[in-house]
Design a protein around this ligand. Structure first.
Ligand code: FAD
Length: 466
């Protein structure tokens, strides 16, 4: 199709505007922007926008905002949403990766792995991380950015000092806790509804060189969560050699899926065999507590911390503690090793209808009994709770969707008040319920910063332009 013909397919007003030069219509770009990591929702935009500066994005948003026919705009970070949240059906997807930013004043489009590389050159590092670093700064700050360091430093959104944001009116605003706080706090965790993050100033600390990385196995869920709680609340005691961990997570390991998940590269073949046997003798599932201790700062010689004392206080299955010493970079980039393995097996690009839930501490045992040992007990569709790539067919996808639905219904029925993280709802009522008493404020901020509901329509919260 000719360029003129392609521009005619564009939303009204756009074809004659200077931003048109940055639009692409080729089928490959359209189809890439109509897909995401989830592989479940596919909404083609009319065009994909490749900005060279935040000013280009502001011009695009102003154009939509000022038009009698506004069009939806979705910034796309690295497209690692799972339900079309970075898509804009019939509108414009802004490919944030085409911006070039700086550090650690980091561009919203930067991948966290690049932020890490850049800051490590100066011996520094952000403090709070997601498990996987091939996600953009703007993408995770729009959600929360939760990982094993959050118990010490809060999620990533709690580590931002300042941002530059383009609102839904096309205004470029620098905001922080003190300067335009209402915009700052709306955008952080605001699922892309209030503005496009083009720069974020992120708090950093001195980086360690090495990490002592430990995994402990439990046959009882409560045993693991009790030890997790102990680890995240304990005080360091230099006299007794007791150290607070820098990172704590946990997962459920299903015996049959042990080798096909990204976390298994930690273990040797022999470890995997032992763990598999333990799981088989425990109804197919066991629990894994993961904790890490950073060491080797500045000119200090990298001496691995001794953990024997600490291990004595924990209640894992005797003989089932595993430790590796790795570089800080390798530790933070650990999922990428798993990704490479899964890609080689053709398992990375399959649909991922993930369900992420925050479960209240008081009901975690009921959740375990009903979900891990109930609904999922015989399911061949489940891996470690943090991640599991699914099978190939649509039928299998439907089964996973059904299983997610069953888990949510179970929580509803049992009165377990879960909160979805990276939520996916199709009805406004469900969004209102999700935000609870903050919903009214959310709506108020939307009308203040994006009154025409142009931004991130793939979240399906507000009815914007079609
Ligand atoms: P996209 O999918 O491109 O966009 C997500 C949303 O943010 C969309 O609504 C989009 O319009 C909006 N958006 C994108 N860029 C901007 C911007 N610059 N300004 C404003 N809005 C923007 N999350 C965790 O918290 N912890 C984890 O450990 C974790 N691990 C993950 C591992 C994998 C393998 C995957 C696939 C996801 C993981 N996530 C995790 C979820 C991840 O944080 C979110 O999916 C995040 O949104 C992905 O970032 P992205 O750059 O790919 O965003």
């Amino acid at each position: 199709m000719s360029i003129a013909g392609q521009l005619r397919r564009c939303p009204p007003d756009l074809s004659s505007h200077s931003v048109a030069a940055r639009l692409r219509f080729d089928p490959d770009e359209i189809s890439a922007a109509a897909n995401d990591f989830g592989g479940v929702v596919h909404s083609p935009p009319a065009a994909v926008f490749f900005p060279s500066s935040p000013a280009d994005i502001a011009a695009l948003v102003r154009l939509s905002h000022a038009s009698p026919h506004p069009f939806p705009i979705a910034p796309r970070g690295h497209g690692h949403s799972v339900r079309g949240q970075a898509q804009a059906s019939g509108g414009i997807v802004v490919q944030m990766s085409s911006l070039e930013g700086g550090f650690v004043d980091s561009g919203g489009e930067q991948l966290w792995i690049d932020v890490l590389r850049e800051t490590l050159r100066r011996g520094m590092s952000p403090r709070s991380w997601t498990d996987y670093l091939h996600l953009t700064v703007g993408g995770t700050l729009s959600n929360g950015g939760v990982g094993g360091q959050a118990f010490r430093h809060g999620p990533q959104i709690a580590n931002v000092l300042e941002m530059e944001v383009i609102t839904g009116k096309g205004e470029t605003v620098t905001c922080s806790e003190r300067r335009r706080p209402e915009l700052f706090f709306s955008v952080l965790g605001g699922v892309g509804q209030f503005g496009i993050i083009t720069r974020a100033r992120i708090a950093i600390d001195e980086a360690p060189k090495m990490v002592r990385w430990m995994r402990l196995m439990y046959t009882e869920f409560r045993g693991m969560t009790r030890d997790q709680e102990k680890l995240i609340t304990m005080e360091a005691s230099p006299e007794s050699g007791r150290r607070r961990p820098d990172y704590v997570e946990g997962s459920v390991m299903m015996g049959h899926a042990m080798r096909s998940n990204w976390r298994s590269s930690f273990f040797s073949e022999n470890d995997l065999r032992m763990i598999g046997e333990l799981a088989a003798g425990n109804g197919g599932a066991i629990y894994c507590l993961e904790a890490s201790f950073y060491y080797g700062y500045g000119h200090e010689t990298a001496m691995a911390p001794r953990l024997e004392k600490l291990l004595e206080e924990l209640s894992f299955v005797p003989g089932f503690s595993f430790t590796n010493d790795v570089s800080y970079f390798k530790f933070l980039n650990r999922v990428h090793d798993g990704e490479k393995r899964l890609r080689a097996l053709g398992l990375w690009d399959l649909p991922h209808p993930w369900l992420n839930l925050f479960v209240p501490r008081s009901r975690i045992t009921d959740f375990d009994a009903g979900v891990f040992r109930g609904i999922m007990k015989h399911s061949k569709f489940m891996g470690p709770i943090l991640v599991y790539p699914t099978n190939r067919t649509k039928k299998d996808l439907e089964k996973l969707e059904d299983q997610n639905g069953e888990i949510l219904k179970f929580c509803d029925r049992e009165g377990i008040e879960c909160k979805q993280y990276l939520p996916h709802y199709t009805r406004r009522d469900d969004w209102a319920k999700h935000f609870g008493r903050k919903w009214e404020r959310f709506v108020q901020m939307k009308s203040m910063f994006d009154p025409k509901a142009i931004l991130s329509p793939g979240q399906r919260i507000f009815n914007g332009p079609k």
